[in-house]
Design a protein around this ligand. Structure first.
Ligand code: NAP
Ligand code: G4F
Length: 332
């Protein structure tokens, strides 16, 4: 039989991780399908950024609509499914708890049922998250054995999806994996998330388009890596003989304040305190104070290691936003 190309379905293709993963899979010879929900005007900006828009095929589907997911799986019967679709903004999840649960928890039940019914040999990746650990950091870090203590409707919905993924493995023998990924960022990170909000704010202040940057809690700590590195771990998880769950992070964490200081420095603005305003609107009803990965398992078993450092990440994001807004302000 001719060597058939592997096919991958990526849900959440228009978000941050979708385009980086698509780029990686295309480079490995996959045929890539992206699932897009129905919109009058879908936003292909992130795919455009990586020059991928015309290199992918698209299928319509919505995580809240069971039959659309069944249809996508039945028609494609892909080699691999990467479920990246989510209402992924923690800060908004208290006001949208129902939607967050429907998309992030029920959507996974629907997708896995679709795989069980129509394509049981499909390998499945679930985008699980360090947010599930929440307040748990007994030894100052989190690994695969750390218990969950979710602190938001988002985190709770992801704990449900995590166990659903394991349950389909244990009940029906499906190849299902959880990547428990710590925060990962890039120049195409959604603008609401703190890193991109900062790089965007710095660029606008530098170019005279804004005067202030309004933020919430500056003392919380995150283990921030580069999205382009993290999609390699997703891919590796589905290339193994046996499905398993892995923590993925850098093992290093920083406060939001450190990110702010460095971003302003890379933006050529030394006195960041003049521009940053603490705004209670951006504080959360329940905070996750400190996340730091112990990612030994993924390094040992899959050979995965992050390549981009914290400094490089901040620099790249600030430079990308300066370039974006530099262009806009020149064209005015
Ligand atoms: P993102 O930028 O928010 O992208 C999420 C995608 O999900 C968007 O393209 C969105 O589509 C899609 N989506 C939302 N609701 C949907 C629905 N009802 N039906 C179909 N698609 C829907 O997220 P990301 O940063 O790329 O993260 C990818 C995944 O990893 C998410 O599941 C996230 O929870 C998880 N995760 C992320 C991180 C991180 O640090 N980035 C860490 C751990 C886990 P539209 O474009 O149409 O809105
Ligand atoms: O950038 P954030 O909104 O990311 P958060 O809440 O850590 O969640 C992200 O990472 C998770 C992995 O751990 C993903 F599962 C999830 O989907 C998402 O991608 O906030 C980071 C920290 C928080 O402590 C927040 O309180 O920054 C603090 N922060 C301070 N000021 C702010 C702001 N966050 C946002 N979004 N906006 C602010 O103005």
């Amino acid at each position: 039989m001719a060597n058939m190309a592997k096919t991958a379905l990526i849900t959440g293709i228009l978000g941050q991780d979708g385009p980086y993963l698509a780029k990686l899979l295309l480079s490995k010879g996959y045929k890539v399908y992206g699932m897009v929900r129905r919109y009058s005007n879908p936003n292909f900006e992130n795919l455009e950024y990586l020059d991928l828009t015309n290199k992918i095929d698209y299928m319509e589907g919505d995580m809240t609509d069971e039959s659309s997911l069944y249809n996508v799986i039945r028609v494609l019967r892909p080699t691999e499914v990467y479920n990246l679709a989510a209402q992924s903004f923690v800060g908004g999840s208290w006001e949208m708890a129902k939607l967050t649960t429907e998309v992030n928890s029920l959507g996974v039940v629907f997708l896995l049922n679709g795989i069980k019914l129509f394509s049981p040999r499909t390998k499945f990746y679930q985008a699980s998250t360090s947010e599930m650990f929440g307040l748990s950091n007994t030894n100052g870090y989190q690994d695969e054995k750390t218990p969950f203590h979710p602190r938001s409707p988002y985190a709770i919905s992801k704990v449900h999806a995590y166990w659903t993924t394991i349950n389909f493995r244990e009940s029906f023998g499906l190849f299902t994996t959880n990547g428990i990924l710590f925060n990962h960022e890039s120049p195409i990170r959604g603008i609401q998330f703190v890193t991109r909000k900062i790089s965007d704010g710095v660029a606008k202040i530098k170019l005279g388009l804004e005067k202030k940057l309004y933020l919430g809690n500056l003392e919380t700590m995150r283990d921030w890596g580069f999205a382009g590195d993290y999609v390699e771990a997703m891919y590796l998880m589905l290339q193994q003989e046996k499905p398993d769950d892995y923590v993925v992070g850098t093992g290093e964490n920083h406060t939001v304040k450190e990110f702010v200081k460095l971003a302003f420095r890379y933006g050529g603005i030394p006195d960041w305190e003049k521009y940053v305003v603490i705004d209670p609107r951006f504080k959360r009803p329940a905070e996750v104070y400190e996340l730091k990965a112990k990612a030994d398992k993924v390094t040992k078993a899959l050979g995965w290691k992050p390549k981009v450092s914290f400094d490089e990440l901040v620099k790249t994001m600030v430079e990308a936003d300066l370039k974006r807004y530099g262009r806009v302000s020149k064209s005015r």
